[in-house]
Write a protein of this length. Structure first.
Length: 256
């Protein structure tokens, strides 16, 4: 990996990198991406987006460890394919005290210098009963207090959609969305587009990298205090299918 590409950005977090309202100043940019492995060969494409924080799914432990960014953390059971977070901009980062590896691929990070909590997500398979959205429901129950302690973001590859609710009775995607909403946490994409869960017009994943097989399974849920000053953009397949079957989520939080 080109370590230099993941070094500290030579600027303040308040520098205007926001694509929608640069005149207001960008408080923070988060890029969320299932990189489909081999991140070392793809990092320049993500760093060109000038993120402050990168949440990566299907990333190797080595690719995270090789970064010289101010903060890195990786979790997973397969060293070639796990969940990683890179703090590109210097900030105070702390793994929450209630983190548990009993729920793999969910990583709670406190960022007190920005007054934000981040729960990074890669909804994967722990067991037949705890897989995909089922384990996401368990993770939310575990980290509910963490997500409501301060303005929070729960973002990543959820591998779920309301259209598949019947596959997960009692722990469906719609139930997860209701739980989040009851804690005043909602999807930024749906807030921005006014589309309903299950009726998304913009895919975030293309199975087998085929443009006709698009699904919306990656999300950024945010506290209401962040929603109205945030923007989300989903990468375009013509730009990103060469790298992964997933499109990056580019999330800008605008300074007040």
């Amino acid at each position: 990996m080109n370590n230099a590409c993941l070094g500290p950005r030579q600027s303040s977090v308040a520098v205007a990198f926001c694509i929608t309202a640069p005149e207001k100043g960008c408080y923070m940019r988060i890029v969320v991406w299932n990189c489909n492995m081999s991140f070392a060969r793809k990092c320049d494409a993500i760093l060109a987006l000038k993120p402050d924080i990168i949440v990566l799914e299907e990333v190797s432990q080595k690719d995270i460890a090789d970064s010289n960014a101010p903060f890195t953390h990786w979790v997973g059971s397969n060293t070639h394919k796990g969940l990683g977070v890179i703090g590109v901009t210097p900030n105070e980062y702390k793994i929450a005290d209630n983190y548990t590896d009993d729920l793999p691929w969910f990583l709670p990070i406190e960022i007190p210098s920005l007054n934000i909590n981040l729960l990074a997500v890669w909804a994967h398979v722990k067991s037949q009963q705890l897989r995909y959205v089922r384990v996401s429901n368990e993770a939310f129950d575990r980290y509910r207090d963490f997500l409501t302690a301060r303005p929070s973001i729960m973002a990543g590859d959820f591998n779920s959609n309301t259209n598949w609710d019947n596959l997960h009775p009692g722990k469906s995607h719609s139930i997860l969305v209701e739980k989040l909403s009851s804690s005043d946490i909602n999807s930024l994409y749906h807030h921005q587009t006014n589309e309903k869960q299950g009726d998304e017009q913009t895919p975030t994943q293309y199975m087998y990298r085929k443009p006709e097989k698009g699904y919306h399974i990656d999300y950024a849920f945010m506290s209401s205090s962040l929603l109205d000053r945030s923007n989300i953009e989903i990468g375009k397949p013509e730009d990103w299918l060469q790298y992964s079957d997933h499109m990056p989520l580019i999330i800008d939080i605008i300074d007040n």
